[in-house]
Ligand binder design. Structure first.
Ligand code: PLP
Length: 434
């Protein structure tokens, strides 16, 4: 699709660039300092969980289902928290572990377990290369996706292979083709609901294909990070098929390791993290983690389950979060429509939950838009961050994180983004003619 600037004659284009440059100079003079980079809730939003902090005191009963939460023991997590983890991730509580405050760390440790020790009796992934003429272990990375996932596998020396993310999840034709042909592909990163950053939710067909596809690697694993499983903006949320049911039906129960946390429910970085897997694999993960952990912070788990005893309580709490998030997402959509409709310069997603909007400008624009926004006082997530190794092949994608700024600041930041996209698009149109 052509941008409006590509369709202008030379005189019109030069005038448009002059006008946009003048507007950029005006914005620079305002010395704005706005941040749309951070995927974290605003301070007022976090504050709705403060009452949780009053639920435990020196006089409180510190037991849960007979477990003394004030002492070592119960490595797998307290009974009420495991029941909640089971509800979050769609498994029996016995197939869960409730651990510390970060799901990302559990994800890291789960990949590291496969790398160092292997899984279900298969050789450690770290030995694959030597046994296969130097072929590398690879992971599929739906892109745009979550940079910290890609960072975990990159850090271990695993090769990150991008696959196109669609509105129904990863491009499954491509995924099936790749995993069937290459024994070195050992896993895929998935954020199946309100994906980071597109906000899209995997279709039932995608979930079924992922769990039933033929993989050359017998120890292929789906890392199912359901970080946004309860993060609906509207009463009617996206529905996600139960991945464990689908995997069991396909006879691939051991293929899935699922994660979630309360980071964006209670306190980011101070919530509780959950992991779920088949009975065999969860036992394996527990065994691996127990080498380095006597028991997690059960008092924090207790505080959480007293505040959010079941999924209904979680949903009620999330409706309060949505009151902060909804106007911000609606502001993003309205401002982008207002500024860019009819220009042919951009497309963006329309999530019904989660934390991000994914924005695409013309080819070769994203890095320049990021730099221009920075000059105008607006910080965006670095362009390229949503792709493995920070390399967006077409340099189009920008992750918009609307949660932290006030609606007023967000509105100003989006005006700056729109202006930057227009100027860069016009400059690209001019450069094409040179
Ligand atoms: C998809 C996804 N997974 C995990 C995390 C981090 O979760 P935690 O704080 O539980 O480590 C984030 C944070 O933005 C995320 O977007």
């Amino acid at each position: 699709m052509q941008t409006m600037y590509q369709t202008m004659n030379d005189v019109e284009l030069a005038a448009a660039i002059d006008d946009l440059e003048a507007r950029v100079a005006e914005v620079k003079a305002r010395e704005l300092k706005l941040d749309m980079a951070r995927g974290k809730p605003s301070p007022e939003q976090v504050a709705i969980s403060r009452p949780m902090l009053d639920l435990l005191s020196a006089d409180s009963d510190l037991t849960d289902g007979g477990v003394d939460c004030s002492n070592y023991g119960c490595f797998e997590g307290i009974p009420s928290a495991r029941a909640l983890a089971g509800e979050f991730l769609g498994v029996d509580p016995s197939q869960t572990l409730v651990l510390g405050s970060s799901s990302l760390l559990i994800e890291h440790d789960s990949v590291a377990m496969c790398w160092l020790k292997g899984t279900c009796g298969h050789a450690p992934w770290s030995e694959f290369s030597a046994a296969h003429d130097g072929a590398r272990v690879k992971f599929l990375c739906p892109a745009p996706g979550y940079d910290r996932h890609f960072g975990i596998t990159e850090d271990l020396g695993i090769e990150n292979v991008p696959v196109r993310m669609t509105e129904n999840g990863p491009d499954m034709d491509e995924v099936e083709r790749l995993v069937a042909a290459d024994e070195g592909i050992k896993g895929i990163w998935c954020v199946p609901k309100y994906s980071n950053p597109t906000g899209d939710t995997y279709s039932d067909e995608t979930v079924r294909r992922l769990t039933s596809m033929k993989t050359a690697a017998p120890d292929f694993r789906i890392f199912w990070d359901n970080a946004y499983c309860v993060h609906d903006l509207y009463d009617e949320g996206d529905e996600l098929l139960n991945v464990f049911d689908a995997a069991r039906e396909a006879g691939n129960e051991d293929r899935v390791i699922a994660f979630a946390s309360t980071s964006k429910i209670t306190f980011p970085g101070a919530g509780v993290g959950f992991v779920a897997a088949s009975p065999v694999v969860i036992k394996e993960i527990a065994h691996h983690l127990q080498a380095g952990l006597i028991s997690a912070d059960k008092l924090n788990q207790l505080r959480h389950v007293r505040f959010l005893p079941d999924l209904d309580a979680v949903r009620a709490h999330m409706r309060r979060h949505a009151e902060f998030m909804r106007p911000r997402f609606e502001c993003v959509d309205a401002k982008l429509h207002e500024g860019l409709d009819g220009t042919g310069c951009a497309t963006w997603t329309h999530p019904r939950g989660g934390y991000f909007v994914s924005f695409d400008g013309p080819e070769g624009s994203a890095k320049r838009v990021g730099a221009l926004c920075r000059e105008m006082g607006v910080t965006l997530t670095p362009a390229g961050a949503t792709w493995p190794y920070g390399e967006d092949p077409h340099d189009t994608n920008i992750r918009i994180a609307p949660s932290y700024p006030s609606v007023e600041d967000l509105s100003s930041a989006l005006e700056v983004l729109v202006l930057a996209v227009k100027l860069v698009s016009a400059q690209l149109a001019l450069e094409e003619r040179a």
